[in-house]
Design a protein around this ligand. Sequence first.
Ligand code: ZN
Length: 316
Amino acid sequence: MTDTIKKPVTEKNSSAANDQKDNAVDPTRHSWFDRPVPGIKQQLTPTLTAVETEPSTECSSCHSMITNTALIFNCYVCPHCDHHLPMTARERLQWFLGQIDGELGQEFMAKDPLRFVDSKPYPQRMAEAQSKTGESEALIVLYGKLRNLEVVACAFDFRFMGGSMGSVVGDRFVEAAEKALAEKKPLVCFAASGGARMQEGLLSLMQMARTAAAVERLRIASVPYIVVLTNPVYGGVTASLAMLGDIHLAEPKAMIGFAGKRVIEQTVRETLEEPFQRAEFLLEHGVVDEVVHRHQMIDTIYRLLAKLCHAPNVNA
Ligand SMILES: [Zn+2]
C-alpha cells in the first residue's frame, strides 16, 4: 500500500517553496506594493495633462478644452470640431498682414455729446471697454503688406461694446478708405459688429452714410474693397460698409443679418429655421460670394486681390 498521506505543510518547507517561487523569473508578477487586488479600486497617482498645466480656452461649440498655444497655432479654429472661435481685431490683423507699416486713426477719441446714460454713463462704459480690451475703439486700422501687395486692412473688435459703430469707428473707416484711395491700395475689412452704437444716437447712424460714401469713392476709382464677414455682423454695419464690398467672403457658420431672429419672427409672425442668417444659408441665397475656412482665408484674399490689382501672383 502506497503512502497516500500527504506530508503536512510545515512552516519550514512552506517558506522553502516560496523562496523557490521567488527565485523563478515571472515577468507578469508585480511587486507587493503595486500588485492589483481584485475588488479594490486602485488609487492611481494623478498625472497632470497639458490642458491642466497650460492656460486653456473652452470651445463654445464642442466644449473641449484647448491650450491657448494650440489655439493660436491653429488660427483660433477648434482642432476637434472645426468651430471658428473669435479673434480680437489686433490678433486678426497681425495674422493677416505679413508686414505692418503703421496704424491709422489713433488720434480720434470718442465724445459724449448726448450725455447718454443707460444703466451707466457712456464715458464709464467706454473706459471699461478700453480697460477690458486694451484698445481705444472698436475698429483697428493697420496698413502694410500681404505678401507682395500693399494693403490697408481694418478689423472690428467685438469685445469692445459689441463692435458697435460710433463716430470714431466711422472716422477710422473713412481714414482707411481715404488712404486706400490716395495710394491706390486695396482695402480689406473684417467685420464683426452688433450694429450702430446707441449711446451716440443720430451721430452713429450718420456713420452709415459716411462709410457708404467712402466706399463709393473707392468704387469710382476702381480700388478693390473686400469684406470678410465674421461672426456676428448685424444692424447698421450690415446696412452700410459690410454689404458694399466688391466681394463678400464669410467665415463658416457666421451669423449675418440686419435685425436679429427674434425681432423678425415677431414682425413676420413665422418661425424661422436654424440655418437662417448663417453664412452658408446666405451663400445659397446670393448674399455672400464664398464661405471660406479661416485656414484658407489669407490665400483666398491674396488671390482675389492679385487678380483685381493686376499684380503678379507670387504663388503662381
Ligand atoms: Zn470644438
